[in-house]
Ligand binder design. Structure first.
Ligand code: SF4
Ligand code: SF4
Ligand code: FES
Length: 358
């Protein structure tokens, strides 16, 4: 293919009532990124195209945009790879989602900054600087806890297609939660409580619908969804009674007493009588679909061989100090943390060996 079409989102609020797309025919050049293609179109075909950029090296986060529908960094994506990946001759660029476009690919960043400010995305030391005048230090193991999260470049690709954010603009969003985690989990930071209070306000942390889109979109492997889970675990460990923790306790109690969950009494136990009444229409619909077991309202039945489940439960309780995690979904996070610690250990050992050989 000699040429491709760069289809650019255009919008100038001073003269356009609606946004539209404009096509630019460009030669396919090996190694050309989407950002470079935008420059070529601007310099050679149309100087009015507006977009943001800075580093051109995938480290400043300025050039995030939707490319063929997916948020990513324009300076990271190569045209030839995209044409092959999407089996097309057209690359479409739009502003990231969940934002208000200002002009073409430039969008209003105030909403992001306002959200970020709520979690104080800067280091607040818990102790005075070290007496030797050097930097605040931490062990490699402690750093491993924030290693992924500290790679965030605030590009907002993860915010682009966050389903929770789409439904609720008060949701802080995966970028902000990740930043909160990065500092709250830093052993040198002294504002863990303030940061947790901010992400837990109005159940904010609970609004994530676990779609994993943010982690899929993140160009720096920051694992924003996993950082939300890590914040939940942290809140639990710090003694916060979050709805998630209450939910887990009710599940635990049900398994211990009956060997299975009692979904009918869950709203009552979780949210009280008011919550039960609120969910009544849903319960009635479930009843007519044959999904309600009336006996469950009176405690329900116990499974056969309950004692076997209870033995497993007791064994798990004995191990509780070693495994502080309760929910299976977060096993992936534990695995990642272990993998990272192992990698760091190997890197240190290799570095020591190389140092010893010199
Ligand atoms: S996993 Fe949660 S935070 Fe991430 S995109 Fe989905 S809803 Fe948003
Ligand atoms: S978490 Fe990833 S996608 Fe989100 S702002 Fe940070 S680097 Fe960008
Ligand atoms: S220009 Fe800096 S990340 Fe693309």
């Amino acid at each position: 293919m000699e040429f491709f079409t760069l289809r650019v989102f255009r919008y100038d609020p001073t003269k356009d009532t609606e946004p539209y797309h404009q096509d630019y025919k460009l030669p396919v050049e090996k190694g050309m990124t989407v950002l470079a293609a935008l420059f070529k179109a601007k310099e050679e075909l149309d100087p009015t195209i507006s977009f943001r950029y800075n580093c051109r090296a995938a480290i400043c986060g300025s050039c995030a945009m939707r490319i063929n529908g997916h948020a990513t960094l324009a300076c990271k994506e190569q045209i030839t790879h995209l044409l092959e990946k999407y089996e097309t001759d057209t690359i479409t660029v739009d502003p990231i989602g969940n934002v208000k476009p200002l002009k073409d690919l430039i969008y209003d960043m105030d909403w992001l900054v306002d959200k970020l400010k709520k979690v104080k995305p800067w280091f607040i030391p818990k102790a005075p600087p070290p007496p030797d005048g050097k930097e605040y230090r931490q062990s490699p193991e402690d750093h491993a806890k924030i290693d992924y999260a500290s790679d965030c470049i605030l590009c907002a690709s993860c915010m682009s297609d966050c389903n929770a954010l789409k439904a609720n603009e008060d949701f802080l969003g995966p970028m902000v939660h990740s930043k909160a985690y990065r500092f709250a989990a830093d052993t040198r930071d002294g504002a863990k409580k303030e940061r947790l209070d901010a992400v837990l306000e109005d159940l904010n942390l609970e609004w994530c619908v676990r779609c994993w889109e943010c982690t899929t979109r993140c160009p720096k492997e920051v694992q924003p969804y996993e950082n939300i889970i890590r914040l939940r675990i942290m809140a639990d460990q710090e003694g916060y009674k979050t709805p998630g923790a209450i939910h887990a306790e009710i599940f635990e109690e049900d398994i211990k007493e009956r060997g299975l969950l009692n979904e009918m009494l869950l709203p009552l136990k979780q949210e009280g009588l008011f919550g039960m009444i609120k969910r009544a229409p849903f319960g009635i619909r479930m009843f007519f679909k044959g999904k309600v077991n009336i006996a469950d309202f009176f405690g329900g039945h116990k499974i056969k061989r309950l004692e076997e489940v209870q033995t497993i439960y007791e064994k798990a309780k004995e191990k509780e100090k070693e495994v502080t995690i309760k929910i299976p979904q977060i096993l992936g996070v534990v695995y990642e943390d272990k993998r990272k610690s192992k990698l760091l250990k190997e890197q240190r050992e290799n570095a020591q060996k190389e140092g010893g050989n010199q």
